[in-house]
Design a binder for this molecule. Structure first.
Ligand SMILES: *Cc1c(COP(=O)(O)O)cnc(C)c1O
Length: 359
């Protein structure tokens, strides 16, 4: 029997994945040169599909990395001369901050307790911070930072570069890229692919900053895949090194499938399924939604306290029915479960999970 994965990444594969993988094998995508016209066509196609899906304007390039966490390092090296600012409310936003410290940036942070979220009004960005690092969806705690708050904050601090980790939510958040300078995600979460590709969206302001640091400040912006080098190759639909051609191809195909459904429909379906899950958690005494404040509740990674039994028992029980839910993060392993709500799982599958959780 096949399992259904409600884990927050790696996650359930998108239903069309296998078909596209078969086509890729039939077309021998694994053997083509990354300096060939065939590859340039693939890069351009994936770029077009992602642009349509996320409404990315011409001011922003779309670059490929090995993972999302690699982008943390690239952004900090390329876009921060001295100071960065981080809104930290869980393990992933915390790691972004840790990377900044490791790279000897002067990193500021505002912090919320685990399970609480930010609104724009909570955040005071220090005067000399050049980059504001925000996490749209904290995968560890199930907290979201709504795009309206991100946009409001950017309007207040318009001269600073804003970058958004949308790793465990894209394509759900409706970001306005006239206000978001950079965003990034990896494919093993809501895009329903196996892990192995990161996507970095960055605008001309990020590029100018990287060029300035390199040329006029004589700073190192790294050796591997600097933004100016990524962009130079991007202009001819190429990459500096041999990329994951197969995954770039598959991502384009899955983004096209999302576009056929329409991103508005996907976002609505995500909200409908999230509502179904939160309603269940609120009305069943064996569970409580971990995030108290409704507006901070993630729509794509839902964290529940297990009141009646240890989380491990709940996870084992639903597993017997072929459903895999995530464990709580870190010290919350014993008392919480995490349910991913990505496009790969249907409302019917969510219904089946909830009726098993009800037993
Ligand atoms: C998974 C995740 C990352 C790291 O992604 P990798 O692809 O493992 O590097 C970063 N941020 C968030 C919010 C995540 O959920």
């Amino acid at each position: 029997m096949k399992n259904t994965y409600f884990t927050p990444g790696p996650a359930e594969l998108y239903p069309t994945f296998t078909k596209h993988l078969q086509t890729a094998m039939d077309e021998q995508i694994g053997s083509i040169s990354h300096r060939s016209q065939r590859f340039r066509d693939i890069y351009r196609y994936t770029d077009e599909q992602l642009r349509e899906l996320l409404s990315i304007p011409a001011s922003h390039g779309i670059y490929f990395t090995g993972s999302a966490s690699e982008v943390w390092e690239r952004i900090l090296l390329n876009c921060v001369e001295h100071e960065s600012f981080h809104a930290v409310n869980g393990s992933f936003s915390r790691k972004f901050f840790d990377y900044a410290q490791s790279l000897h940036k002067f990193a500021h942070m505002a912090e919320k307790p685990f399970g609480e979220g930010f609104d724009a009004a909570d955040l005071e960005v220090p005067e000399y911070a050049e980059l504001v690092a925000l996490t749209h969806n904290e995968t560890s705690s199930g907290v979201q930072l709504r795009p309206t708050e991100i946009h409001k904050l950017k309007r207040k601090y318009s001269r600073k570069l804003f970058c958004v980790d949308m790793v465990s939510s894209a394509p759900y958040p409706d970001l306005d890229f006239s206000l978001v300078d950079s965003a990034f995600f990896s494919v093993q979460k809501a895009f329903g692919m196996p892990a192995g590709l990161g996507v970095w969206i960055a605008n001309d302001r990020c590029l100018e900053q990287a060029e300035r640091l390199q040329q006029y400040e004589s700073m190192t912006i790294g050796a591997h895949h600097t933004l100016p080098v990524l962009h130079k190759h991007y202009k001819t639909w190429e990459t500096p090194a041999t990329p994951n051609v197969l995954y770039i191809y598959l991502l384009g195909k899955i983004a096209a499938d999302f576009n056929k459904i329409g991103v508005g429909t996907i976002r609505r379906q995500t909200e409908d399924k999230a509502r179904q899950i939160y309603r269940f958690l609120e009305t069943n005494s064996a569970y409580t939604p971990f995030v108290a404040e409704e507006r901070h509740r993630s729509q794509t990674v839902i964290v529940a306290q297990t009141n009646a039994r240890p989380a491990a028992e709940v996870i084992a029980a639903v597993k017997t029915a072929g459903m895999i839910v995530g464990s709580g993060y870190g010290t919350f392993k014993d008392s919480q479960i995490r349910i991913a709500n990505f496009p790969a799982t249907t409302a019917d599958q969510v219904g089946a999970l909830l009726s098993k959780l009800n037993e």
